[in-house]
Ligand binder design. Structure first.
Ligand code: ADP
Length: 318
């Protein structure tokens, strides 16, 4: 069965500016017959960071070695990976903000001049030998840009922020995935999914599968707008596709802070959640759909969000 993951850069939908820059970098690396500059992707989960890394490897016809920050526990783990890379291969490190510090420090010189300093022997007899590596490209991905240390950040030649997708873009992704999965869906049906996917392709695909299950169990051949709306009602998914944590955020902002302005630290404490997760995963979507506004004094809930929560909006500001 064909994978629903786009295989080439032209199959990748949205993120036009990022895609454009990547195309140029790929062309240039091919014409120089040299390795591609190191790339850092950041943005919420499910936006296509891993997919882009795989596509780049495909386009350059090189191998991609996959690792995650926490899986590279020791310098020797990193050495084992780097030594086994062939010329111009790609090392993809997901959750790169979670690399242990000693590993990160060794990575600096590997990225900069493809040299790997290794300490051998113990205590007095310890000495450093330097291994020469093949030129390679590091592609790092993170949902937490703020946790990347400046020295690591500075060693990436290209740093790309992936934005949330529009409902129309998710609709296109859903239509493409439906074709591959052999699911009949109308544009209007796909658009309803696009509206509820929190700007995230991964959620769009999950919703498509859940709506497909609902429609096949209920004997519908085609997912129309009506079938999709029925499915969402049945699955308890609201018009904005908000999840528990989004709703908790809005309720706390409204009830504990009277709608704001409230500081991120105070909201995070009241929610019992990590500040970074809220800032980098929850808030971008709430801002995008105009449910909250970020001001210098703090976060403010909008009248649209109040109506969503079932409060009557009193202020005329929003
Ligand atoms: P991330 O690494 O950012 O968490 P992934 O690359 O794993 O996200 O993408 C999640 C899913 O969404 C994958 O199945 C991928 O095929 C799909 N996807 C992501 N972005 C796109 C896109 N722009 N076009 C089509 N499918 C996409």
């Amino acid at each position: 069965m064909k994978s629903i993951r786009p295989q080439s850069i032209d199959e990748f939908i949205g993120q036009e500016k990022v895609v454009q820059s990547i195309k140029i970098a790929i062309q240039s690396s091919k014409s120089r017959n040299d390795h591609l500059d190191h790339i850092l992707f950041y943005g919420p989960p499910g936006l296509g960071k891993t997919t882009l890394a795989k596509i780049i490897a495909e386009e350059l016809k090189v191998n991609l070695k996959y690792a995650t920050g926490p899986s590279i526990e020791k310098v020797s783990d990193l050495a084992g990976i780097l030594i086994n890379l062939s010329v111009n291969d790609i090392l993809f490190i997901d959750e790169i903000h979670r690399l242990p510090k000693p590993v990160e420090e060794v990575l600096y010189s590997a990225m900069e001049d493809f040299k790997l300093p290794i300490v051998t022997g113990a205590k007095r007899s310890a000495h450093t030998i330097t291994l020469n590596l093949q030129p390679f490209t590091l592609i790092g991905a993170t949902t937490r840009f703020g946790l990347i240390s400046p020295p690591l950040r500075d060693r990436f030649g290209m740093v790309f922020h992936l934005e949330l997708y529009t409902p129309e873009e998710i609709m296109k992704i859903v239509l493409r995935d439906a074709r591959i999965l052999g699911v009949e869906i109308t544009e209007e049906g796909a658009y309803e999914i696009g509206k509820r996917a929190r700007g995230t392709p991964r959620i769009g695909i999950q919703l498509l599968k859940r709506v497909r299950d609902f429609s096949s169990v209920n004997g519908f051949d085609v997912i129309t707008k009506e079938v999709a709306l029925n499915a969402f009602k049945n699955l308890n998914i609201d018009d904005y596709g908000l999840n528990e944590i989004d709703r908790k955020y809005l309720k706390i902002l409204q009830s504990n802070f009277n709608g704001g302005p409230a500081g991120i630290e105070a909201i995070a404490t009241a929610m019992g959640e990590d500040r970074g997760t809220i800032e980098e995963i929850v808030e971008p979507y709430l801002i995008k759909i105009n449910f909250i506004i970020r001001t210098q004094k703090g976060r403010i809930i909008t009248s649209t969000a109040k109506e969503y929560l079932g409060f009557k909006s009193k202020d005329s500001l929003f």
